[in-house]
Structures are given as C-alpha cells and as structure tokens.
Design a protein around this ligand. Structure first.
Ligand code: FES
Length: 175
C-alpha cells in the first residue's frame, strides 16, 4: 500500500467516487427521470383522447332512462349510464314529442351544463358557454366542440338511449 492510500480513510477507499462525479451522475439520472415522465405525460395526452374517442364509438345497446311521464315539456333530468358517475348525461324534453340527450360536461373545462327552456339554450355557468339544444352545437363562448349527443328511442312510454350521434348532426329526437 502506498503512502497516499494510508492517508485515505477506509470508508473513502471503499467508495472511490469523487463528490463532483457523484453529483454529475445524479443530475444525469434526474434528467433521465424528467425525460421519462415528460414522455409518459405526452403519450397520455395523445392516448386518453384516442381511448375516449373509441369508447364513445362503442354501441351502448338500449339503455333505459325513464318514462315519458317523468318529465314535463321544458324539463331536464340528469342520469348515468351503467353507474359510471364520471359521465353525467342530461335528458331534455324540448317539446311534447321531442327528446334530446347530451353529455352534461361542457366541452370547455367540464363544468355541468344546464338547459334553459325560457331562452332555449343549454348554458354553461362557468364561462358563459352556450349550446344549441337541437344538436348540441356551440352558439357562443369558449367551448371548442359541440356537446356529445346520444340517440333517443321512445318505445311506448319508455325512453332509451343508444349510441352516440356524430357531432352536431340534426336529429328529431327519435333516433
Ligand atoms: S367550462 Fe363551460 S364554458 Fe368554460
């Protein structure tokens, strides 16, 4: 053993990494970690809308919503499909035989929208976004897209919803 080695404490001899080198390695690891998380977030940003898009394309079958006698003209009620409380829907009775169902989440920042029968609009109280209750299209305000709409089917006095309608397509509320 040389004279120099004798002066180095045993613990240092066991881990012969200089402090500067150790800091360099951890900074490099940190950058790798940040890059990994940034990449994961970027992927999620793309994957989640794609996943939701395909999810909405799925056929729901016929989901029973309620009876026509449950709601007067101008009335609105919210409901969930298959107990999925993340996605509230709104059933609106626009006229005696005109029913509409939309997602109740605003397409801007997901606030709950409400039907205003006096003004004949669906409004978002958060940033004054307004939608057309006939087709869910944006009338005014910051929402970037129409409200997703479902097909309504009436059988005798029972109301069902089926699949999603393509954005802002005109319907008569009977599928
Ligand atoms: S969340 Fe509806 S307009 Fe902003």
């Amino acid at each position: 053993m040389s004279e120099d080695n004798k002066k180095i404490p045993a613990w240092k001899a066991d881990f012969p990494i200089k402090k500067r080198e150790a800091a360099y390695v951890s900074r490099k690891e940190f950058i790798k970690l940040i890059t990994f998380f940034s990449g994961t977030l970027a992927l999620a940003n793309v994957a989640i809308p794609v996943f939701n898009h395909f999810k909405k394309e799925e056929k729901l079958g016929e989901y029973f919503v309620g009876l026509t006698t449950d709601l007067n003209v101008g009335g609105m009620r919210t409901f969930y499909i298959n107990e999925d409380h993340r996605n509230p829907y709104m059933l609106i009775r626009l006229a005696e035989d005109k029913w509409k169902v939309f997602e109740q989440k605003c397409t801007h920042l997901s606030c709950s929208v409400l039907y205003n029968h006096d003004e004949k609009v669906i409004e978002c109280p958060c940033h004054h976004g307004f939608f057309n209750p006939d087709d869910g299209s944006v009338i005014q305000g910051p929402p970037p897209r129409p409200l997703p709409q479902l097909t309504v089917v009436i059988k005798e006095d029972k109301i069902f919803v089926t699949d999603f309608i393509k954005e802002a397509k005109e319907t008569n509320g009977h599928g």
